[in-house]
Design a protein around this ligand. Structure first.
Ligand SMILES: O=C(O)C(=O)C[C@H](O)C(=O)CO
Ligand SMILES: [Zn+2]
Length: 278
């Protein structure tokens, strides 16, 4: 089996892309399909962004020819967040109950990872993000209730939002994976505004709980050369290290952020003043 692949592009090249080319390069539209895995391998930090939705039978993480490994996690670690109904993740025989917005860290070397839904009519929807790893860290279930929330922004500027950090320097341990999620308050639509870049890390943004008929205008590009991609519910954006990643929605919503690169420090960001954006 071969997984989708996206090459890395330079800021200069991205500045010339039209809507369709931009979407083909950075938007993942095939996530959360019932009864299957979907993965895309990005050449930015070799991060794999994907999903699995088990319905009436458990689904085991398969191997892929692109990885040239004996099994998926032979040289990789994996972060999981469930955005659907209750489910389980079985890692080499240890079973974790994973409710909506709970996360699991799966360490390098795990041979069998099996995903199940508790109720087929309300299936678990697992967002998956995997990056190369050099060392085995213990598997860990991180309940949403135990991720200390931080509320930032303000209702006056329509950007009040609560950030839940799961896998990072002060949370669940990993080699290079940093992951969590952000929920916008009712009436607030702007994520990550003011925006930032972090040349040391790529990032994937996966949008969830976008109400039917609503969209998010995801902003990307260098701060002085911005572009937008219109994103629907359960779609993701691959964000290059040099790119801002921010968005304005037509309603409030949530998004998972997942990063890989130089360090595990969540706050390692270079902020961009709003009036410097172009
Ligand atoms: O709402 C925000 O601001 C975020 O959630 C920012 C992301 O966590 C991020 O981009 C981390 O680098
Ligand atoms: Zn970021």
């Amino acid at each position: 089996m071969i997984m989708n692949q996206r090459y890395a592009q330079s800021p200069k090249e991205v500045a010339t892309l039209g809507t369709a080319e931009l979407r083909a390069s950075f938007l993942l539209e095939d996530l959360m399909q019932l009864g299957q895995f979907n993965f895309t391998y990005s050449h930015y930090d070799r991060a794999i962004t994907g999903s699995v939705v088990p319905v009436d039978k458990p689904l085991e993480l398969p191997g892929y020819e692109n990885l040239r490994s004996d099994f998926f996690l032979q040289r990789r670690e994996l972060g999981i967040i469930n955005v659907g109904g209750a489910g389980t993740v079985n890692i080499d025989g240890t079973v974790y109950e994973v409710n909506k917005l709970d996360a699991v860290y799966v360490g390098k070397g795990s041979v069998s990872v099996v995903f199940s839904s508790n109720v087929a009519t309300d299936p678990a929807k697992f967002f998956l993000y995997s990056v190369p790893a050099h060392k085995e860290y213990p598997h860990q279930l991180i309940k949403k209730e135990n991720a200390i929330p931080t509320t930032i922004g303000s209702k006056d500027t329509a950007n009040e939002r609560t950030i839940y950090k799961y896998i990072h320097l002060e949370g669940a341990k990993s080699c290079q994976l940093v992951m969590g999620l952000t929920v916008l308050s009712t009436g607030c639509v702007w994520n990550t505004m003011p925006a930032h870049v972090h040349d040391r890390r790529m990032e994937s943004y996966f949008y969830f709980d976008v109400p039917a008929g609503q969209v998010v205008f995801h902003l990307m590009g260098q701060p002085q050369e911005t572009r937008h991609v219109v994103v629907q519910n359960h779609q993701a954006i691959i964000s290059p290290p040099w790119s801002i990643h921010s968005g304005g929605g037509t309603s409030n919503y949530g998004f998972i952020w997942a990063m890989a690169g130089e360090n595990l420090v969540y706050s390692d960001m270079d902020a961009v003043a709003i009036n410097e954006l172009r």
